[in-house]
Design a protein around this ligand. Structure first.
Ligand code: AHR
Length: 499
């Protein structure tokens, strides 16, 4: 049985836990909005047409900031289409996902939905195919209190209070050839700088996110960040990172070590941003908005015949069903984001409902939790105070994709009266025996210890079997004389709460 020892020192503080780490993402894509969040005919729908069964699950998930309305969708979007009387809103083609957009849900409705869930809005503007003025118009409509054409239009549309959106994305994945209106780094850097500067003339306290590479595998990765930041450094606050992982060709060992790649990705983008900052002799630091991350079986989608040839409303698209192994990876990626809380100060699990999502719905039917729901909701609930860096002594194993990886990974958070430790065991076959030195935390007892694992690592929750996978109490956890011991099953994710 692999053994590991973890040392927790409450002075080894990385940064405060950022509530925005637990953000998510709602795109007008497939059934995320329509028949996901919004289904007026559903028995649980409120007066706005929003499914309250989904609202309850989103609250339980504990997602904080929600990025909206895309994604690739935003690069063909005219925000004006989605406000005002619903019967007058135009139907448009969405080229990104080859589907029809009815515009029945727009900014004002989505903001009301966010109030139900208690989440913060993070808005993306269309830099790709529009320009500075439409971005400024959206900002005026969303945030100006009253007495101007667009703020008064918002009021006339039934929203008297401004939405007061703080975080704004300057487009989406502008390096990707799949993006409507994609650009070179030079072209995007220039237009992003001008758009950002203009938006800050309206409100200097906005928090602006410039697009980084759409993935670390892009041929322009690194150079893209450098060039874009050379243009935008003084005007923006964040650079975005996007990363999706999947198991390739049955190589579960590599897949379970995906967070090694995320670590490297974050370190590289931080180094690039700081390089630009130093060259500019700037005291300012650019943070990372990791505003798309998840497991996504993209290769299978690309290879399948799932190509939309017709123009349809809300087709079933990218409805990945997640396994126990996928949930272990999601839990581990979230641990990595926490460990980088000094520079990753906002993140968005992509996405929230139906589309590569922790929550699934059936039109007219139930809503349920995917396996990936659990590590996210439990971490969001238990992580508080400050993130501390654990010292992990554990065996390693070789992976084809990510080199040598630790069998055990961990991160911890400490607050005044409570602490939490999050762990994964990446061993494919063996349970692991862990001892954790928690003396410096002053913790006296374990209040909760839960593990997500299953004899079948590919077990999933489905419409027919919605509760097949759920975390269960880990009864092996004991704490005596400041030493916590616990056994972790193979391919598992665990959370321990201490008081
Ligand atoms: O989240 C799905 C898609 O992935 C988003 O629209 C896009 O930004 C990314 O490529």
């Amino acid at each position: 049985m692999p053994r590991a020892h973890i040392e927790l020192d409450r002075r080894a503080v990385i940064a405060p836990v950022r509530r925005r780490t637990f953000g998510s993402f709602v795109e007008h894509l497939g059934r995320c909005v329509y028949t996901g969040l919004y289904e007026p005919e559903h028995p649980s729908a409120n007066d706005d047409g929003f499914r309250m069964d989904v609202v309850e699950l989103v609250k339980e998930l504990g997602s904080t900031t929600i990025r909206y309305p895309g994604g690739n969708f935003v690069s063909g979007f005219r925000w004006e289409d989605s406000v005002g009387p619903r019967e007058k809103r135009p139907v448009r083609r969405d080229l990104a996902w080859h589907s029809l957009e009815s515009n029945q849900v727009g900014l004002d409705e989505f903001a009301r939905w966010l109030e139900l869930t208690g989440s913060e809005l993070m808005l993306a503007v269309n830099v790709a195919t529009r320009g500075i003025l439409p971005a400024l118009d959206l900002l005026e409509y969303a945030n100006h209190p009253s007495g101007t054409a667009l703020s008064d239009l918002r009021i006339a549309n039934g929203t008297p209070d401004p939405h007061n959106v703080r975080m704004w994305c300057l487009g989406n994945e502008m390096d990707g050839p799949w993006q409507t209106g994609f650009m070179t780094a030079e072209d995007y850097g220039k237009i992003a700088a001008r758009t950002a500067a203009a938006m800050k003339m309206a409100d200097k306290d906005l928090e602006l996110v410039v697009c980084g590479s759409s993935g670390s595998g892009m041929p322009t990765f690194g150079d893209w960040e450098r060039i874009v930041l050379e243009h935008t450094y003084d005007h923006v606050d964040y650079v975005s990172c996007h990363a999706y992982y999947q198991e390739y060709d049955g190589d579960l060992g590599s897949f379970l070590a995906s967070s090694v790649d995320m670590d490297y990705f974050i370190d590289t983008v931080v180094a690039t941003a700081d390089h630009v900052g130093h060259k500019k002799r700037s005291n300012k630091k650019i943070d990372i908005s990791f505003d798309e991350w998840n497991v996504w079986y993209l290769k299978e989608h690309q290879e399948s015949e799932e190509v939309n040839t017709e123009w349809r409303y809300a087709p079933r698209q990218l409805e990945d069903k997640y396994s126990v192994a996928d949930a272990v990876v999601v839990g581990n990626l979230l641990m990595t984001l926490l460990r980088h809380s000094d520079r990753v100060t906002s993140a968005s699990l992509a996405q929230l409902v139906n589309v590569i999502a922790p929550i699934m719905t059936e039109p007219g039917g139930p809503a349920w939790r995917q396996t990936t729901f659990y590590p996210f909701s439990i971490t969001s609930r238990l992580a508080s105070g400050e993130v501390i860096r654990p010292v992990i002594e554990a065996p390693t194993y070789g992976t084809a994709r990510h080199g040598e990886a630790s069998v055990i990974d961990a991160v911890a958070t400490v607050d005044e009266d409570r602490a939490a430790v999050f762990l994964v065991n990446r061993d494919l076959a063996e349970p692991a025996q862990i001892t954790i030195d928690v003396r410096s935390l002053g913790s006296s007892h374990v209040t909760e210890a839960v593990t997500l694992a299953d004899a079948d690592v590919y077990a999933k929750n489905t419409l027919a079997d919605q509760h097949r996978v759920a975390p269960s109490a880990n009864t092996s956890a004991t704490l005596a004389d400041g030493m916590l011991t616990i056994e972790l099953p193979p391919v598992s994710w665990t959370a321990i709460a201490l008081r």
